[in-house]
Write a protein that binds this ligand. Structure first.
Ligand code: DGY
Length: 309
């Protein structure tokens, strides 16, 4: 019987399947992630780790867990894991692709629409009683239909966002590291820029002050990928001084942002708490894929959803 440490309770019945398979499951029951020393202590005697984006998995942690045979990340992004360190130690890493594509693309588009039409601010005016009457020039937002969307990163989620954009008659530009519209041109031509690429050393602060200056003053930035792809200080300045018109963020750096952070003081920013995949069906499917990876790893089989270094 193998031992599996699961770093948070998961929606759906996948953990039941894991337990029914005869493995001992040790589930971290608190809402907050295990602190580092707890993660190491609990993972030390474990054969499989089912972890998530809030758990940094690095070389020292892997060295502290000599029995570890598989790391299954609950999520598609794996920037919390040192993939090279895992590969060096022969520990396969898996993730949960595809099942969260539509939920994540839906959220990106919801953010785009909400920021364009100023839904948070206008709803707040209704709630607080500040809205007095309908006015011809009241609460004007940005057009979406027929405008240009720049998608940075052309993976599954980026493509799913592009499909939604076509339903709004948008012109879609795509920039990848190897093909498509060059990033500077995409930034200059787009009315909305949506980020859909993994966080790597090459993409950290890809959207910096210079990139933001290339964007139209009327443009809105949407980030549902990873916070550090955007230079937070540069974005804060760009929103406060009107370099761009707005930002809608599912992810931030740091995450969460402290409530006193100056980014949150910008009137034209919408921040939600990393909810791209947050629907019951999606989160349950992610748990299924993560458990599939654990079971394959424990059986010494290739992972069904592997990540390569
Ligand atoms: C992921 O899967 O990487 C998301 O950010 C969390 O669902």
């Amino acid at each position: 019987m193998a031992r599996v440490f699961v770093t948070r309770r998961l929606p759906g019945d996948a953990l039941g399947r894991l337990a029914a398979s005869g493995h001992e499951t040790d589930v971290w029951e608190r809402r907050e992630p295990p602190p580092r020393e707890q993660l190491v202590a609990r993972a030390r005697e474990t054969d499989a780790l089912l972890c998530m984006l809030t758990d940094p998995i690095d070389g020292p942690l892997l060295d502290a867990c000599p029995r570890l045979r598989v790391v299954a990340n609950y999520g598609v992004g794996v920037d919390n894991i040192d993939l090279a360190a895992a590969a060096e130690r022969g520990v396969p890493v898996g993730n949960t692709p595809d099942v969260l594509t539509d939920a994540s693309a839906d959220l990106a588009f919801a953010l785009l629409l909400a920021a364009a039409r100023r839904l948070p601010q206008t709803a707040e005016d209704v709630r607080s009683g500040r809205w007095g009457t309908w006015e011809p020039d009241g609460f004007l937002g940005h057009d979406v239909t027929g405008t240009t969307l720049g998608i940075v990163g052309a993976g599954r989620i980026g493509e799913a966002v592009a499909r939604r954009a076509r339903g709004f008659d948008m012109t879609v530009l795509t920039a990848t590291s190897r093909a498509g519209t060059p990033l500077p041109e995409l930034l200059e031509r787009s009315d909305f820029v949506s980020l859909h690429l993994p966080l790597t050393p090459a993409t950290r602060h890809l959207i910096d002050a210079a990139a933001l200056r290339r964007m139209k003053r009327t443009a809105i930035l949407v980030n549902t990928a990873r916070g550090p792809i955007v230079d937070t200080d540069a974005l804060t300045r760009a929103l406060h001084d009107g370099t761009i018109a707005g930002a809608a963020l599912d992810v931030t750096d740091p995450e969460p942002l402290p409530p006193s952070h100056p980014l949150l003081a910008a009137p034209n920013v919408l921040v939600v708490p990393h909810i791209g995949s947050a629907t019951p069906r999606t989160r349950a499917r992610m748990a299924d894929l993560a458990v599939d990876n654990v079971l394959a790893g424990l059986a010494g089989e290739p992972l069904p959803h592997p990540v390569s270094a």
